[in-house]
Write a protein that binds this ligand. Structure first.
Ligand code: HEM
Length: 430
């Protein structure tokens, strides 16, 4: 018990600042103690990260709409999550107004406040339409040969060794090759962008530390500088890439300003990077832990058409995202007060037995698999087509080339972040 308390206290040092950002106060000690004694939940504990699902089931049974001692609410039932994500009374705090505050400063505030993911209609609708008009299903389908070439190249490099780290040698390298190709970024630059993208993932974490936020600020500064240069080049010499298409949309329709163009180019780069690294890595682990499924894929790769969604449901790469109540709202019999934040615990929602029969069973042939791994409602993931395609090509190729793939002699290592469920290392052999 002591250990989680200590860890939580350590993380808590940073929490007042986070809460101040969303206008919340620290809880009374009584509520904090009740929480710690009753439902110990330390998202940074390695045991929790390896298997959070027993805790999620307990939380859903005992307090499905749960107010944590820090004031943030968590929802664990599918129906409540859908209600939250489709109710316009829940949306995002006005980050743009915060970013314009004289003391806000910094590239982080500027970029974050102009991304569609932090904006509300009508701005979010406008920004999303511009991006969706160029990031179409046919643009994504045309990326298939590039994805296949990237997968083949990565597997060629390790084939003879008969072993690899499926994260560092494969999952971490694939999405950057794909998205850099879509953006028309040279491979050396792509590698630099990759190193900047990782510290930025703490932007979506529950309680990043001061050091992590400082790292993210520096990383956003560098990536913003790089993308500004890139946008300038594409204005002069347009190509057949995503950035040129967005620049053209800006010039012809005047539908987004320069800060919005920059922020949403960066959003597409980082949203498509860390999430897909997480997805490809955990997906390989899930399949190797279910040898019958791996074998079934070997004889029928077509199973991946629907199976890719079961992989996303079973281990969802984004574990939490949320909304803020703009007025008092009743959600799942609880009154959420204006200004309070409600977070969806995606791993819990996607294993809600009321929605998914036998939810802890991994079943590649599962039907009606309307999981929330890509969100739901107006902010539902714009890149889901690309992620599914990357997952399908990666797994089809792996199972075809290395049918005897098995877990290596060292155990997988989960990443310390909570908001993104990802592996740091996954040794495999064949
Ligand atoms: C497996 C990989 C991925 C997962 C699990 C994922 C998950 C999500 C989730 C949960 C949301 C909704 C967040 C919310 O409602 O607050 C979201 C939004 C978004 N995603 Fe993804 N994503 C993935 C890959 C991608 C890729 C590859 C791209 C683009 C290249 C992308 C671009 C976006 C964008 C632009 C939004 C914001 C949409 C809006 O606000 O209207 N994502 N994603």
């Amino acid at each position: 018990m002591l250990d989680p308390v200590w860890r939580l206290a350590r993380r808590a040092r940073n929490i007042p600042r986070r809460l101040a950002l969303v206008g919340m106060r620290l809880p009374p000690l009584r509520r904090l103690l009740r929480f710690l004694l009753d439902l110990p939940f330390d998202p940074y504990d390695s045991g929790f990260r390896a298997d959070p699902y027993p805790f999620y089931h307990r939380l859903r049974e005992r307090a499905p709409v749960y107010r944590s001692p820090f004031g943030v609410w968590f929802v664990t039932r599918y129906a409540d999550a859908v209600a939250l994500l489709t109710d316009p009374r829940f949306n995002h705090p006005d980050h743009r107004a915060q970013a314009q505050h004289p003391q806000a400063g910094g590239a982080l505030a500027l970029v974050r406040s102009n991304m569609m993911i932090t904006r509300n209609p009508p701005d979010q609708t406008r920004l999303r339409r511009v991006v969706a008009d160029v990031f179409t299903a046919s643009f994504v389908a045309d990326l298939r040969p590039r994805i296949q070439a990237a997968v083949d190249l990565l597997l060629d490099r390790v084939e003879k060794a008969r072993r690899m780290d499926a994260v560092t040698d494969f999952a971490a390298k694939l999405p950057v090759a794909v998205i850099a190709g879509a953006f028309g970024i040279p491979s050396d630059d792509a590698a630099r962008c990759q190193t900047w993208a990782r510290p930025m993932s703490v932007l979506f974490d529950l309680a990043p530390t001061r050091a992590e936020l400082a790292g993210a600020e520096a990383a956003v500064g560098r990536i913003a500088e790089y993308f500004r240069g890139l946008i300038g080049e594409r204005r002069k010499w347009p190509g057949a890439d995503l950035i040129s298409a967005l620049v053209q949309a800006q010039q012809s329709e005047g539908c987004l300003d320069d800060d919005e163009l920059l922020a949403n180019c960066i959003l597409l780069f980082i949203a498509g990077y860390e999430t897909t690294v997480a997805f490809v890595g955990t997906t390989i682990l899930t399949l190797l832990r279910h040898p019958a499924a791996w074998k079934a894929l070997g004889s029928d790769p077509g199973l991946l058409q629907s199976g890719v969604d079961e992989l996303l449901r079973y281990e969802s790469p984004i574990q939490t995202f949320g909304r803020q109540a703009q007025e008092d709202v009743v959600l799942g019999e609880k009154r959420i007060r204006r200004g309070q934040t409600v977070l969806v615990l995606v791993g819990a929602v996607n294993r809600d037995p009321a929605k998914f029969p036998d939810p802890d069973r991994f079943d590649l042939a599962r039907r009606n698999n309307h999981h929330l791994a890509f969100g739901h409602g107006i902010h539902a993931c714009l890149g889901q087509g690309l992620s599914r395609l990357e997952g399908q090509v990666a797994l089809e190729t792996l199972v075809r080339r290395f049918p005897g793939l098995r877990l290596g002699d060292r155990p997988p290592v989960w990443r310390a972040e909570f908001a993104i469920r990802a592996l740091d290392s996954l040794p495999v052999a064949w």
